[in-house]
Ligand binder design. Structure first.
Ligand code: NAD
Ligand code: UDP
Length: 316
């Protein structure tokens, strides 16, 4: 296949490009580098089967030649309001890429009669009142809250994707991605794994927002990319949760990272971010992915963190 990846210079997108190329496909990346980095795809430069176009997909996208699939990953993704790369600092860009960018990416797919995959998010469930989260849960999202620029853009993106499927007959997929981590995340991304690893490698205390009892379920990027690839090559149109169902508290994550880096500086408790709509609990129910895609994560936290720490150590 010849495959367009929007956001392909980002963290997940660049790993996805590696996988697609390894499977023998040709890849075209369109990315405006707003939160991504060309370093993530520098190793692919000069290949005949890889092409990079710097462009904002919230504007009309033109791709010459044939396309068999469009994978739409372009979007800021970090909720941290103190990082310049977090979506609270990029509110209009985030809303535009989720809405206009998804519309344009769907338009490219339709023009080329290509299949389409949307990178959606567990944030469509908001601060969930149902636990673990199944795909038939409609969510608990504040439409004007601090996370709304991301959550509502992704909810719109899912809605327009299903509209293109139902009304135009487009061959679409929706992946609801839960917290994913791994090599190539920005050092200054602001999400919890990059923050904690950078702090630990500098010998600083890890900054925990609140009492650390909030939970997340962390998926290693290779597992996630495998789920995305299986979804792409399936014929399933409803949303599918992709994430690791092993749930832990943020305090437990901090302890694991301090242990693996031998950081003695322990943790620093900062004010909680409940006022920033920080979800208290999050864990995917992956029954659907198991059944439809025969997929489940295989990399445990210690193995995934060790690879991520090695990558961060080399870049710091
Ligand atoms: P990332 O910031 O590393 O990658 C996003 C990429 O999209 C960047 O390269 C950025 O430059 C590009 N981009 C953003 N707006 C663009 C625009 N208007 N035009 C062109 N390119 C644009 O983040 P990531 O963690 O790799 O996330 C990738 C996708 O996966 C996002 O859609 C995100 O919402 C989704 N997702 C990620 C996670 C996670 O835990 N990493 C969880 C849920 C969903
Ligand atoms: N968090 C933290 N310290 C940090 C960064 C994040 O305690 O330095 C917490 C944050 O409050 C949230 C969890 O870690 O409860 C996960 O945050 P992240 O930004 O990674 O993404 P989210 O899952 O909230 O979208």
């Amino acid at each position: 296949m010849r495959i367009l990846v929007t956001g392909g210079a980002g963290f997940i997108g660049s790993h996805l490009c590696d996988r697609l190329l390894a499977e023998g496909h040709q890849v075209v990346v369109v990315d405006n580098l707003i939160t991504g980095n060309v370093e993530n795809i520098a190793h692919l430069a000069g290949r005949d089967d890889f092409h990079f176009i710097r462009h904002d997909v919230s504007n009309f996208i033109f791709i010459p030649g044939e396309l068999d699939a469009v994978l739409h990953l372009a979007s800021p993704a970090s909720p941290n309001p103190t990082s310049p790369f977090g979506y609270p600092q990029l509110p209009i860009q985030t809303l535009k890429v989720g809405a206009l960018g998804t519309h344009n990416a769907l338009g490219v797919a339709r023009a080329h009669n290509a299949r389409f995959l949307l990178a959606s998010t567990s944030e469509v469930y908001g601060d969930p009142q149902v636990h673990p989260q199944r795909e038939d849960y409609w969510g608990h999202v504040d439409p004007i809250g601090p996370r709304s620029v991301y959550d509502e853009a992704k909810r719109f993106a899912e809605a327009i994707t299903m509209a293109y499927h139902r009304y135009h007959g487009l061959d679409t997929r929706i992946a609801r991605i839960f917290n994913t981590y791994g090599p190539r995340m920005r050092l200054d991304d602001g999400r919890v794994v990059p923050n904690f690893i950078c702090q630990a490698l500098r010998g600083e205390p890890l900054t925990i927002y609140g009492d650390g009892s909030q939970t997340r379920s962390f998926c290693y990027v290779d597992d996630l990319v495998d789920g995305l690839y299986r979804l792409l090559t399936s014929d399933y149109h409803e949303p599918v949760n992709l994430g690791n169902p092993v749930e832990m508290t943020i305090s437990e994550l901090a302890a694991a990272i301090n242990r693996l880096t031998r950081n003695q500086a322990d943790v620093q408790i900062l004010p909680d971010r409940r006022d920033k709509a920080d979800p208290q609990r999050r864990r995917p129910d992956i029954s659907r992915a198991k059944q439809v895609l025969d997929w489940q994560p295989t990399v445990d936290l210690e193995a995934g963190l060790s690879k991520t720490i090695a990558d961060f150590r080399a870049r710091l």
